[in-house]
Design a protein around this ligand. Structure first.
Ligand code: FAD
Ligand code: SF4
Length: 491
């Protein structure tokens, strides 16, 4: 059941607000056809060619290729193409279930491998359902007044478990085939029933989807192709309400192992925070739009315009640099699956919480005020005022007035409209709000090691020799100075 504007949606494909989000996810399949090297791999499970979104990374280069595919899809759609949450969830689960089984003697990893093989057979889309609605953020799941504020097990039966609760902001959930439900935070012993990971078909009994509206979404219902800004592509988020939803054991990948929730969440966010390289593809579009509107306005040669475009590019590539570096600095987990560098992944995502806003500000600077005061497409097509607008909204000679309007609407779309969800606010909160990255950066910044380096050079500590410092390398700096990769590969 999908609700949107107080009505049940019979057929999402036909709904003008939902359709652009389906087009965006369809582009992930189209890119796979057009550029198989970039967007597909040969499945080690089935031997068939499958989407890269379903692949468990077997090398740092696999991680890098994910980023390159994400940038390309961002360029092609100008929005969130919705498949990376599932991709990153499968990868995080692969190593977490492996290590959970080592400790508890469970068989979650084998179950997961079967599930992944099945997704490869049908080339499925997987939605990653991590974020709970969370109620009072200062309280643990078991402390909430209403136990449903976090998804939890409500009943265990011979054949599986029943869960209830709600997941918020679920990207592409209606466009997915399966949802992977996971805990959203570190859990304690009293939260045992909240330690549930399981895969659910999107049309399972007991699920209700309440579609999230986006800024200016009704423009997609008005007809015409200018005012929507990017008429073809859009993102999608919905609230997923789970009422006594059944998960058979074969699709349960954690049941009560609360002490592994933090490993899962940290590994997922490590993958996902560098996945935000996707936003550099959107940044490429917005920089192109800003350069185009400057040209249409006849100011493209002004030095401050060129400088602003350089600044936008500098910011965009700064995001890309940290994301791609996180992938190149990836390493093998015990399971053999590769994971990216968590420090650089968090730095990447932290950039993303700021830099797209500045890029958007500069795009609006170059656009001029018309980006928010322009009349509608209906006036533009009007038999009487249409001609007046053609005359008075004209920019540089040789440029169609309509093209100028279209470019302004695209900038509006990405900085204030439907795709500002994907370009700006998703950049802020998706994969965790800014503070979540600062906590992880603080945890990995190895201040004791850095202080020791300083003490030695300042002549305060004289006993440490350089070899001992090298031997002490661990965590992030061990990865920075590692010249070889862990070859422990079980895939
Ligand atoms: C467009 C979009 C798409 C998304 N897609 C997905 C998806 O596909 N799957 C998924 O699982 N999630 C998804 N998310 C969810 C995303 O991970 C969350 O939005 C994010 O983790 C923040 O949670 P919140 O929205 O509940 O904000 P809140 O947790 O309410 O945060 C609001 C503010 O409160 C602060 N805060 C929160 N808790 C505490 C605390 N205990 N102590 C101090 N400060 C606190 C935060 O730092 C932040 O500044 C998406 C989000 C967006 C916006
Ligand atoms: S925000 Fe980016 S990384 Fe996340 S699903 Fe959308 S396109 Fe992928």
């Amino acid at each position: 059941m999908i609700y949107l504007f107080g009505k049940l949606v019979e057929e999402p494909v036909d709904h003008p607000i939902i359709r652009p989000s389906i087009n965006a996810i369809a582009e992930t399949y189209d890119l796979a056809e057009r550029e198989p090297e970039l967007a597909t791999v040969i499945s080690p499970f089935t031997g068939a060619r499958i989407s890269r979104f379903l692949h468990i990374c077997e090398s740092a280069i696999d991680l890098v290729k994910q980023n390159k595919m994400q940038r390309k899809l961002g360029q092609n759609t100008g929005t969130c193409f919705q498949r990376c949450v599932g991709m990153d969830a499968l990868n995080a689960l692969y190593s977490t279930t492996y290590e959970m089984d080592e400790v508890y003697g469970t068989d979650y990893h084998q179950r997961l491998k079967k599930f992944i093989a099945m997704t490869h057979t049908y080339n499925y889309v997987i939605g990653g359902a991590m974020t709970d609605v969370k109620g009072d953020r200062s309280l643990a799941p078991h402390q909430q007044q209403d136990p449903d504020m976090f998804v939890h097990i409500v009943e265990r039966r011979e054949k599986g478990v029943y869960i209830s609760g709600a997941k918020a902001h679920q990207t592409g959930c209606i466009n997915s085939h399966w949802l992977m439900v996971m805990p959203t935070m570190r859990l304690g012993e009293k939260d045992k029933d909240y330690a549930i990971i399981g895969a659910i078909p999107v049309d399972a009994e007991g699920i209700t989807y309440i579609y999230g509206r986006q800024s200016c979404d009704r423009r997609s219902m008005e007809g015409g192709s200018i005012d929507a800004g990017n008429a073809n592509f859009g993102g999608q988020e919905a609230m997923v309400i789970l009422e006594h939803v059944f998960i058979p054991w074969e699709y349960v990948f954690m049941d009560g192992e609360y002490d592994f929730a933090s490993m899962l969440v940290e590994r997922f966010t490590t993958y996902h925070r560098r996945s935000y390289v996707c936003k550099t593809g959107l940044g490429d579009v917005l920089i192109g739009a800003a350069a185009s509107i400057a040209e249409y306005n006849g100011v493209e040669r002004a030095s401050h315009i060129k400088d602003k475009l350089v600044e936008m590019t500098h910011l965009n590539e700064t995001i890309y640099a940290t994301g791609i570096a996180a992938s190149y600095q990836g390493y093998a987990t015990k399971s053999g699956a590769y994971i990216c560098d968590n420090m650089l992944a968090n730095v990447c995502k932290h950039h993303v919480t700021k830099m797209p806003y500045e890029i958007g500000r500069l795009a609006q600077d170059l656009a001029g005020g018309l980006v928010v005061t322009m009349p509608s497409e209906q006036e533009f097509r009007h038999h009487k005022v249409g001609e007046l607008l053609q005359k008075y909204l004209k920019g540089k000679a040789g440029i169609e007035t309509e093209d100028r309007m279209r470019m302004l609407r695209l900038i509006e779309n990405m900085t204030l409209g439907r795709n500002a969800v994907g370009y700006l606010t998703e950049s802020m909160h998706g994969a965790g709000s800014p503070q979540a990255q600062r906590i992880l950066i603080a945890r990995s910044m190895q201040l004791a090691y850095k202080k020791r380096l300083a003490r030695i050079l300042a002549g305060i500590e004289t006993t440490k020799n350089k070899e001992e410092i090298v031997e002490e390398l661990s965590g992030y700096f061990a990865r920075v100075f590692s010249l070889g990769q862990n070859e422990n590969n079980h895939l």
